[in-house]
Design a protein around this ligand. Sequence first.
Ligand code: FE2
Length: 531
Amino acid sequence: MANEFKEKILFVDDEETILNVASEFFQRRGYQTLTAKSGEEALNILKNESVDCCFTDINMPEMNGLDLAEEIRRTDNTLPVIVMTGFPSLENAIQTIKNGVVDFLIKPVNMKQMEISVRRVMEQRRLMAENVLLKQEVEGKDRLQKLNQELMLKVEELHVLNKIMSSFSTISSTTDVFKRAVDMGIDIVPADETKFYVINESVKQPIEVASAKNGKKSSPPQEKKEVGFLPDTHLDHQHDHTVSFPANLLMEVAGDSIPLLIAENTKANGLPQSILSAMLVPVKIRGKVFGVLVAAICEGEKRFSEKDLYYLAFMTQSAAHAIENLALYENIYQNLFATLYAFVNALEARDLYTRQHSSRVTGISLILGKKLGCTSEQLDILNFAGHLHDIGKIGIRDDILLKPGRLSNEEFEKIKEHPVIGANILEQLGLWENERMIIRCHHERFDGSGYPDGVKRTEIPFLARILSVADVYDAIASDRAYRKKMEESVILKIMTEGSGTQFDPDIIDAFMQAYEDGLIQKYMQTGQIPN
Ligand SMILES: [Fe+2]
């Protein structure tokens, strides 16, 4: 497709790097390009050059992009102007349409999207020109009607785009963004099912965090009993059948970071037979792929088109922007925490025996922390690290993680990687230094024989020593796939015998006190932390 377009494009932006990147990209694709660093410079170029399409930034000193668009419309109303803005709003969108702008993109703009946009506006322009010519021919009536219809569709398109932009501007948490994205996917393209998978570099598998079906509301991950791409394990099957996207295809789309349209499933991509047509769109945040939104058609004659892909790509871009804004401006901790917690929930939900494990470990850690006189700041850290201590398990293969019975040495070595993977996930977010160390150290032993680093005594963070007592207690005090929970006397024996070897003696003392006070038992029965 590289050389079939020879249009001349003018880029206007006060940031030179953007001009250079865009110019180079489009030149490589066979377009001719011109650049201007201001609206005035752009108007000067337009006096001497015939240009087919103009991209402009909105926020520029002196003449802004909308004023430039207005000026261009006054002098040559056939030149399509595409604006790019970092601050999408409905008013902005309406204003751009009034100023004769034919399309708008939300920054940071991806080159591929710019190209899709160019192709669209060129097609629109062609239709417009044909329309004008045909108006002069009486016998062209039918064709004219058809073209008018197409133009109406374009107007409708702008409505859809406005709807998308305004929809994401009112969201207040990242989990809402996931739900809104899958629901809106059902709304704007003819999909039977949509899903949102989160993908993280440290994790080799995509994690489904939201899904929606045509005619049904989105289901949050907490309620989900199964994750689409996983083999069925010991899960109950009250849920309707859902489509499954192969993990390797999702990872591939994430790696290429280009939206993929599979109009007709020829099974070449490894898609299951039940999917007739599919779209996979990577979601990028600050230049990094964060997840993939997928849409599937499973019945009927309809198939996805380029236009559907354009809508879905625009929508995911808006969703990504919403997530970015939320993460930047609104309680960054809470939102990212909610996202990560959704991972853990999805992870634990796959195995009946680990459900709520992280919540219980957190509860017991908090009881011990209070007994040991932790500050409220330390309790906050325990609360966070407790919920997320096993998040690294999302990087472990399911056949090992969910295996009932004994693990081989090799399999156990794999499992032992989870504290490091978990710490790396948090590191990537550049946050929570204390919590990161606790997660890394939750399988260390007081005598130095633990993993991953084999550190001992006070080299292990105090809060990690607390967490490790709570973690082991919950593991032996609950049912597991391969055994029933142990007798109370056996459990207490294991805990006290571990004092000084596996556990910090001071923390075991606090544990035994809490046990004698009945606090631990009460918590395990009610799920409420006693005061
Ligand atoms: Fe663990």
